[in-house]
Design a binder for this molecule. Structure first.
Ligand code: HEM
Length: 395
């Protein structure tokens, strides 16, 4: 009697796949490069070349109906200014405005403050033999960095942190309440800021004129500004904290690489990139299919949802030699952790900077030695990001 293995199955809600996705990803690439899930009604691409195609063909694959599976399916009304879920030309207008906050000069200017913040966070666990790397360190860093980026007074940083964390790991209702609390917080901040202008970029955004997609010259509305700030905060906090968690875990799993890094901190930039490749915090994102397209002889009809699996494409052997091997000297070139093309993560340089400083501080503080208690580690309950909720470490 011959038995055949059951066909590969994948969806972003499956907790067993979430816990350990890489065998499923390999099977998707090899056996079902254009995969169709008929329970949830989506197609998925997992090979490097196919992901690249979806993210570069802006006529066939749209973000304007949402950029995750659940948003597109729910057919939600997208607030104006939430440019991760807009298409060009309006996307380019909004992104162009917000990108003023993210110039190399403003990001690099944050380096000493991020270093001081990391020192403060690692000081707070100094002397503890064991702590939760996520709750005690990682999640405390990115929101405060965003607060610095948008010029929030120091006295309000803690409140933003509290509000931002209501939106994570919660039911849809609690998450929505969190987002509206964040919008209210930023609305108040902008009102205060109008009365207390400085020469920084936030003040410029409040007063400058720009040409919108209709050709009208105008100021940004308060609503647009609030949406920008909510987008930046929600896109940049949870993701970056998750990346810091992966760095702690992956380096603990590779003590030889960790020793090399502790001896030569100039290797950390490459190691951070390799952590982002091998364990991307982005779990899935999605596009709306605007016309019939063909992949590997299969037609994906107009109106479908196509899911991009960055973690699968980042380990495609067709593109990355020995793709499952963690190699701090690898120069991977394009990876999909931050997406690609017109929606490429606006905060990627900032996230990379936080990750580099976070790893350097960890190596210096813990003498390049810590272990992770895998038994007690708990993964997040998320579908857009993948990583740890609790990561107990011992030093
Ligand atoms: C390791 C950390 C991060 C990861 C993995 C990440 C991942 C991503 C991904 C995958 C997208 C594009 C989604 C798509 O194509 O549909 C994106 C977009 C975006 N990210 Fe990030 N992100 C990170 C950190 C940040 C930070 C620190 C900020 C800002 C403080 C930020 C702000 C944004 C914004 C504004 C967009 C929208 C860009 C656009 O649509 O043009 N991200 N990010």
């Amino acid at each position: 009697m011959t038995t055949t293995a059951p066909a590969v199955a994948y969806d972003m809600y499956d907790r067993a796949i979430y816990a350990s996705p890489y065998e499923t990803y390999r099977r998707l690439r090899d056996e079902a490069p254009i995969y169709y899930n008929d329970s949830y009604d989506f197609h998925a691409v997992s090979r490097f070349d196919d992901v690249l195609r979806v993210l570069t063909d802006r006529d066939a694959f749209l973000s304007g109906r949402g950029s995750t599976y659940s948003n597109i399916k729910a057919d939600v009304q997208i607030p104006e200014g939430l440019f991760v879920a807009e298409d060009d030309p309006i996307h380019a207008v909004h992104r162009g405005l917000v990108s003023r906050l993210f110039t190399p000069r403003s990001i690099n200017g944050l380096e000493p403050r991020i270093r001081a913040l990391c020192d403060e966070m690692f000081d707070s666990v100094a002397g503890l033999g064991r702590f939760d790397f996520m709750k005690d360190v990682a999640v405390k860093i990115p929101v405060r960095v965003i607060a610095m980026l948008v010029g929030l007074p120091e006295s309000d940083h803690a409140e933003l942190h509290e509000i931002a964390h209501q939106t994570e790991n919660s039911t849809q209702e609690v998450a929505l309440a969190g987002i509206s609390a964040m919008a209210g917080f930023f609305d108040e901040y902008l009102a205060w800021r109008e009365g207390h202008p400085t020469d920084d970029i936030m003040s410029q955004l409040l007063t400058m004129e720009f040409e919108d997609q209709t050709g009208t010259i105008r100021h940004l509305s308060r609503q647009e500004m609030v949406t920008f700030l909510v987008l930046v905060t929600s896109a940049g906090s949870d993701t970056t904290a998750t990346a810091l968690g992966w760095a702690a875990k992956v380096l603990a799993d590779h003590p030889d690489s960790r020793r090399e890094l502790a001896d030569d901190l100039s290797l950390v930039t490459g190691a951070a990139e390799e952590v982002l490749r091998i364990e991307p915090p982005s779990y899935h994102f999605a596009r709306y299919v605007a016309r019939d397209v063909e992949f590997h002889g299969t037609t994906v009809p107009e109106g479908s949802v196509i899911v991009v699996v960055p973690g699968a494409a980042n380990r495609d052997e067709r593109h990355f030699p020995e793709a499952d091997r963690f190699d701090i000297g690898r120069k991977p070139g394009t990876i999909f952790t931050f997406s690609f093309g017109t929606h490429f993560c606006l905060g990627a340089a900032l996230a990379r900077l936080e990750l580099r400083i976070g790893i350097e501080t960890m190596l210096q503080r813990f003498g390049g030695q810590w272990t992770v208690d895998e038994e007690q580690a708990v993964m997040r309950e998320a579908v857009n990001t993948r990583g740890y909720e609790h990561l107990p470490v011992e030093v």
